[in-house]
Write a protein that binds this ligand. Structure first.
Ligand SMILES: [Zn+2]
Ligand SMILES: [Zn+2]
Ligand SMILES: [Zn+2]
Length: 142
């Protein structure tokens, strides 16, 4: 598995480092986690890694397109390793749980603007909001 990540890093001309490999592995296993969670996960492998090092890795990987940063309104930024497929997210208003939703169209922009005002539109940011199954169950049982 590590060699996959090494190939990904080399493909975008990033040096292979243990913190970068650890962040990619953490995001593969735990999609949509915030920075603090990434730090905690990475430290299970690399106990001495600093906050700043993880911030720097997340920024470098995001800039290189290996990691996608999402930030639903009112939430902290989350990171995931699933990139370049224009998938959307569904967010629970109650607990903040996030799930992936495949784009029904597939390619951005998947919504047609009724009036593009002459802009070249390349993306429509789609976030579905609702109540997750756990929160819906808790609500009805209370
Ligand atoms: Zn919920
Ligand atoms: Zn996602
Ligand atoms: Zn879509």
């Amino acid at each position: 598995m590590a060699s996959d990540f090494e190939a990904q890093l080399r493909a975008v001309a990033l040096r292979v480092t243990r913190p970068r490999l650890a962040v990619l592995a953490a995001l593969r296993d735990h999609p949509h986690v915030d920075t603090d969670t990434v730090i905690r996960l990475v430290r299970t492998d690399l106990p001495l890694v600093s906050h700043q090092a993880v911030y720097d890795v997340l920024r470098a990987l995001t800039d290189a397109g290996l990691v996608r940063r999402i930030q639903p309104a009112g939430a902290t930024a989350r990171y995931e390793a699933r990139v370049a497929d224009n998938h959307h997210h569904i967010v629970c208003r109650s607990c903040g749980a996030i799930a992936d939703v495949d784009c029904a169209v597939g390619e951005a922009p998947c919504l047609t603007a009724s009036d593009d005002h002459g802009f070249v539109v390349d993306e429509a940011e789609v976030v579905y909001w609702g109540t997750c199954p756990d929160c819906a169950t808790n609500r009805t049982s209370q």
